[in-house]
Design a protein around this ligand. Structure first.
Ligand SMILES: Nc1ncnc2c1ncn2[C@@H]1O[C@H](COP(=O)(O)OP(=O)(O)OP(=O)(O)O)[C@@H](O)[C@H]1O
Ligand SMILES: O=P(O)(O)OC[C@H]1O[C@](O)(CO)[C@@H](O)[C@@H]1O
Ligand SMILES: [Mg+2]
Length: 492
């Protein structure tokens, strides 16, 4: 069964931006502002294209209805004489149904689902799924898979389903695992991946292939791809990884190699525009409930209990906000997109005091990227980066804990009971839940169908619940370049 052409995901996934403090009385979220950054990437200088996508088309100017395809490159763009073959799926009994449901070449997925009667038709992406023709013979394929950046629930499921998809659907049995991220291409031996080897890995958290930050050397990586005779490269990783994948695709094209480069976007933070959500996010939000629940149980059992839970989210508050909204036990959620302050009218201290008086306890959830500007002021001179060049964040949880303690015990002379919970890595170092497992399967299968069909330099993901191929070189991560700034603190 080919799931990627009959995606079960139908609902749009809203993204939080400006919520600061939930209504303390009703704990309801009706007045929270939601918006989806669907269009923000086109205004972001990072996403202005370094080059025009090879196949970008605008409809006939004579009948211009604003229909645009942000198309992905194809191997025949730089290797025009490549032969094609009938898709072997149509010979397989198990996939017989696919014969009637091959994705038609003209099928596209609309980025904007809400439109006005006279508005332009807007941007579209090529629909993902199996094509009638493929550009690789099964026995000719030598694929490899690499995972880079931080962990995320579901990476192992994606690895498993790429291997099983290639093998069961396309009869490919030459699949290599690149160990330890990009640097593994040139500094480690590869492992052989078969359905048997990866059979159980989806039940484990982490990445079976190991991961790393830093170490991207385009020339060495592509030399290695060439030397090993690899012709399909599956790259699982976040914004940095996809930028690296884009460099690899460009170099492959420059050298005129028949190598399909497919990216599978991964980030626990869910800060990707265009696609509905990132895999593993639901699992992480679910796991975060346990920490919030523990904080709530602790603080409601003591006098003046203040619970603080720190969750991941380097530049975005998606995990913190969704965990907050799901739990209903959280009084205040601090996210990087929304500045806050501690002292004075409308500040956090005032709010905490009010809640302690009204309710005897308070639960605060903070995304790790929240309030970094304040922390930077009070901890000057610390500007460390990880191996990939990402700024290392200062610990907002500890900073909040210390400041709140100082304020209430020293200044307000109030006895408080502080409980700080930091489940940061616990929410991402777990296996994916059932719905993420299905989602990861769809992503993996979409990537495999795309590479077999000769597409390259692409990433995959659901756009308005339909899986699509999105050009890799301006893949729209929301926040890593220009974190959105909100002007106001909202309080209800
Ligand atoms: N601009 C870039 N060009 C080439 N390679 C890059 C670039 N940025 C990052 N990389 C490489 O991509 C890999 C992963 O990058 P990074 O550590 O930033 O994680 P990520 O993919 O963004 O994942 P996450 O942030 O979700 O954990 C690293 O090996 C890094 O060297
Ligand atoms: O400690 P590590 O493994 O570098 O990863 C931490 C970062 O990775 C992420 O999970 C994804 O970008 C961030 O939320 C977090 O800041
Ligand atoms: Mg990143």
């Amino acid at each position: 069964m080919d799931l990627s052409i009959s995606s079960p995901f139908r609902g749009a996934f809203p993204a939080p931006t400006s919520t600061f403090i939930l209504n303390p009385k009703s704990r309801c979220s009706h007045s929270l502002n939601f918006f989806k950054h669907q269009n923000s990437y086109s205004k972001n200088p990072f996403f202005s294209r370094q080059k025009i996508p090879i196949r970008a088309q605008v409809s006939d100017p004579a009948v211009d209805d604003g229909f645009v395809i942000d198309d992905v490159p194809h191997l025949t763009d730089f290797l025009p004489d490549l032969p094609s073959y009938p898709n072997p799926l149509q010979n397989s009994q198990a996939y017989a149904i696919v014969k009637q449901t091959f994705v038609r070449p003209e099928d596209v997925v609309a980025q904007k689902i809400v439109v006005q009667k006279d508005s332009s038709r807007g941007v579209h992406f090529r629909r993902a799924g199996p094509r009638e023709k493929v550009y690789f013979k099964s026995e000719e394929v030598r694929a490899c898979i690499v995972t880079c950046g931080g962990l995320c629930p579901g990476i192992n499921t994606v690895i498993r389903e790429i291997v099983c998809g290639l093998n069961y659907m396309y009869g490919v049995d030459d699949i290599l695992g690149i160990q330890g991220g990009y640097r593994g291409f040139y500094s480690k031996n590869t492992s052989t991946l078969t359905p048997k080897v990866v059979n159980d890995i989806h039940k484990r958290g982490g990445t079976f292939l190991l991961t790393s930050r830093g170490g991207h050397d385009t020339q060495k990586i592509v030399d290695n791809i060439q030397d090993r005779g690899i012709n399909q490269v599956y790259i699982i990783g976040g914004d940095g990884t996809q930028r690296g994948a884009s460099r690899i695709y460009e170099e492959v094209e420059k050298r005129g190699l028949k190598v399909a480069v497919a990216g599978i976007p991964k980030t626990i933070d869910n800060d990707i525009a265009v696609i509905d959500k990132s895999f593993g996010f639901d699992t992480a939000v679910e796991e975060a409930q346990r920490a919030i629940n523990a904080a709530h149980v602790e603080v409601e059992s003591v006098e003046n209990g203040i619970g603080i839970v720190k969750l991941m989210g380097r530049y975005s508050g998606f995990i913190a906000m969704f965990a907050t909204l799901a739990s209903r036990d959280v009084d205040c959620c601090l996210i990087p997109e929304s500045p806050f302050y501690l002292e004075g009218k409308g500040g956090l201290f005032e709010f905490i005091e009010e809640r302690l008086k009204e309710n005897g306890h308070i639960v605060i959830v903070a995304a790790e990227g929240a309030g970094q500007e304040y922390l930077a002021q009070s901890m000057q001179g610390i500007d460390e980066k990880d191996a990939s060049g990402n700024r290392l964040l200062l610990d907002v949880g500890l900073w909040l804990t210390q400041n709140i303690k100082d304020h209430f015990t020293k200044e307000r002379k109030m006895a408080i009971n502080m409980k700080y919970i930091d489940p940061t890595y616990m929410i991402r170092a777990i296996p994916s839940n059932a719905s993420d497992n299905i989602y990861c399967t769809l992503l993996a299968q979409s990537a495999v169908h795309g590479a077999m069909a000769g597409y390259t330099g692409f990433t995959v993901g659901p756009v308005n619940s339909r899986h699509a191929y999105i050009p890799i070189f301006f893949f729209p991560y929301l926040t890593s370049i220009n974190p959105p700034k909100l002007k106001i603190i909202e309080r209800y």
